[in-house]
Design a protein around this ligand. Structure first.
Ligand SMILES: NC(=O)c1ccc[n+]([C@@H]2O[C@H](COP(=O)([O-])OP(=O)(O)OC[C@H]3O[C@@H](n4cnc5c(N)ncnc54)[C@H](O)[C@@H]3O)[C@@H](O)[C@H]2O)c1
Length: 401
C-alpha cells in the first residue's frame, strides 16, 4: 500500500519505520532539517534506528518530504502531529488542522485517513473529517479511523509490534481497512465499537498515570511532614499482591503525553457539563512539586539559597531519553532561581538545551537530581556537591524527596 505519514516525530517516524518494511511510505514533515536528515538516513528519534531508515530508502520503500504533492497517490494517510495545549491549557488542534489542509489539498483519490495524534473523543468525527472536507477541492469519499499511539520512547520491551493497538473506524469499511493496515506490522489489534471509545481510552490511560503520580507526590509531602520514609511506605504497600499499583514520587510529570492529555479529557468533560476535578487537582499537585522541592532545599540550607551554586542533575523528563518537552526541570530551575540561586544543569544525554550546553558534574554548593540517567553514576552525583537532594530515589546517601 502507498502510505503517507504526516509528522515525522516520535510517533510518525516510529510508524514509518515499521510500515516501510511492508509498504511504500512517504514521511511528510514541515521541518525541512528533519526531512533532509531523514533522506540521508539519519534518524532524530531514539528507538528508531538510522539503519532502518537507510534500509527503507535503499529499498525504495521510504522517503521523507516537506512537499505536499508527495502524498498525492497515498491510499492510507496516518496523522501524527503534535496536539499541545494553548496558553490557557486548552486543546490546541492547529497542527491537526494544518495536517488536514495538506491532506485535503494533495490527495488524488479516496484514502483511509487514520489519526494517531492524541485528542479528545469526537476529534476524528467532528473535527478531522469536516476539516478535510472543508479544504478539499475535489470531493473524495475518504474513510476515517482512529488508532491512538501508545509508544513509550526509550522502552525496548514494548514496541509497535507487541503493544496492543486499539482501533475503530467511522464505518465498518474503515475499521476493516485499518485492521488490515496495522496487522501488517502489529501482533495484537483490539477493535472497539467506536472511534470515541478508542480516543477516550487513550486519554484515560494517561490521566490514570497523571492522577496517580499526583497522589504519590502528595503522599511524599505528607510522609515528609510526618517523618515517614515514603519509598519504604510504598515498598510496604507494594507487598499486597492485588489492588495496589506502585507509582513513585518525582519532581513532576513531563513529556508530550502525561502533562497534556488529561487536559484534553477535562476540556471535553467541561463542554459536556462535567467538572473533571481530579484532573484539575492532579495538574496542580504535579505542577507545584518543583516549588515544594525548592522550598525543601532552601530550608535544608539555612533558609536561603541566595548566591548558592545549584546544579540540577538530569533535565530530560525521564531517564535515558534526550526529550526535554514539558520537563519539570524547567519549573524547578525557575523556582530555585527565584530564591536567588545561580543555577546550572548537567545532562549528558540531552547535551544542549535552550542554547546552553551541559555543565560539569562538580563544583556546586547544592545538587538536585530530577532525572537519573544510567550513564550518570550515582556516586559521581553524590560527589558533585556537599548537599545533594534526590527526587528519583536512585542516589543512595542523598537527601530524599
Ligand atoms: N511522543 C510520545 O511518546 C507519544 C506517545 C503517544 C502519543 N503521542 C501523540 O502523538 C502525536 C505526535 O507526537 P510526537 O511525540 O510524535 O510529536 P513530535 O513533536 O515528536 O513530532 C511531531 C512532528 O510533526 C511535525 N509537524 C507539525 N505540524 C505538521 C504538519 N502540519 N504537517 C507535517 N508535519 C507537521 C513536526 O515538525 C514534528 O516533526 C501527539 O498527539 C502526541 O500526543 C505521542
Amino acid at each position: 500500500m502507498r502510505v503517507a505519514v504526516i509528522g515525522q516525530g516520535y510517533v510518525g517516524l516510529t510508524i514509518s519505520s515499521f510500515a516501510s518494511k511492508h509498504h511504500e511510505v512517504v514521511g511528510f514533515d514541515l521541518n525541512s532539517k528533519i526531512v533532509s536528515d531523514l533522506n540521508k538516513g539519519i534518524s532524530h528519534i531514539e528507538g528508531v534506528d538510522s539503519k532502518d531508515i537507510k534500509d527503507g530508502i535503499d529499498a525504495g520503500k521510504y522517503k521523507a518530504s516537506s512537499d505536499g504533492v508527495d502524498i498525492f497517490g497515498a491510499e492510507i494517510v496516518v496523522i501524527a502531529v503534535p496536539t499541545p495545549l494553548d496558553v490557557d491549557r486548552k486543546p490546541d488542534l492547529t497542527f491537526i488542522e494544518s495536517a488536514c489542509k495538506v491532506i485535503a489539498e494533495n490527495l488524488s483519490g479516496p484514502a483511509l485517513i487514520i489519526n494517531e495524534s492524541t485528542s479528545y473523543p469526537g476529534t476524528i468525527r467532528n473535527f478531522i473529517k469536516p476539516t478535510i472536507e472543508k479544504y478539499s477541492n475535489k470531493k473524495f469519499d475518504h474513510q476515517y479511523a482512529i488508532s491512538p499511539e501508545r509508544v513509550d520512547p526509550g522502552r525496548d520491551d514494548y514496541n509497535q509490534k507487541n503493544t496492543p493497538r486499539l482501533y475503530a473506524g467511522l464505518t465498518p469499511e474503515a475499521t476493516k481497512r485499518t485492521r488490515e493496515f496495522y496487522s501488517s506490522f502489529c501482533d495484537n489489534l483490539v477493535e472497539v465499537s467506536s472511534p470515541e471509545v478508542a480516543e477516550a481510552a487513550k486519554l484515560f490511560e494517561n490521566t490514570f498515570r497523571q492522577v496517580n503520580i499526583a497522589l504519590v507526590n502528595e503522599l511524599a509531602q505528607i510522609s515528609h511532614a510526618l517523618g515517614i520514609d515514603v519509598r519504604e511506605t510504598l515498598d510496604a504497600a507494594g507487598t499486597k499482591p492485588y489492588g495496589f499499583m506502585r507509582f513513585s514520587p518525582s519532581a513532576g510529570v513531563g513529556g508530550h503525553c502525561i502533562p497534556v492529555d488529561p487536559s484534553y479529557l477535562a476540556d471535553i468533560a467541561e463542554k459536556a457539563g462535567v467538572q473533571a476535578t481530579f484532573i484539575q487537582r492532579a495538574n496542580e499537585v504535579n505542577l507545584d512539586m518543583p516549588k515544594y522541592i525548592a522550598s525543601r532545599v532552601e530550608k535544608d540550607n539555612g533558609g536561603s539559597l541566595k548566591d548558592k551554586k545549584v546544579l540540577v542533575v538530569g533535565v530530560a523528563y525521564k531517564p535515558n531519553v534526550a526529550d526535554t518537552r514539558e520537563t519539570p526541570a524547567e519549573l524547578l530551575i525557575n523556582a530555585i532561581e527565584k530564591l536567588g540561586a545561580v543555577v546550572t544543569w548537567h545532562d549528558p544525554v540531552v547535551g544542549s538545551w535552550h542554547g546552553k550546553g551541559s555543565s560539569a558534574l562538580s563544583g556546586a554548593d547544592i545538587a538536585v537530581v530530577v532525572t537519573k540517567h544510567d550513564v550518570v553514576p550515582a556516586d559521581e552525583i553524590l560527589k558533585s556537591a556537599p548537599y545533594v537532594f534526590d527526587t528519583t530515589g536512585k542516589v543512595k546517601g542523598a537527601v530524599q524527596l
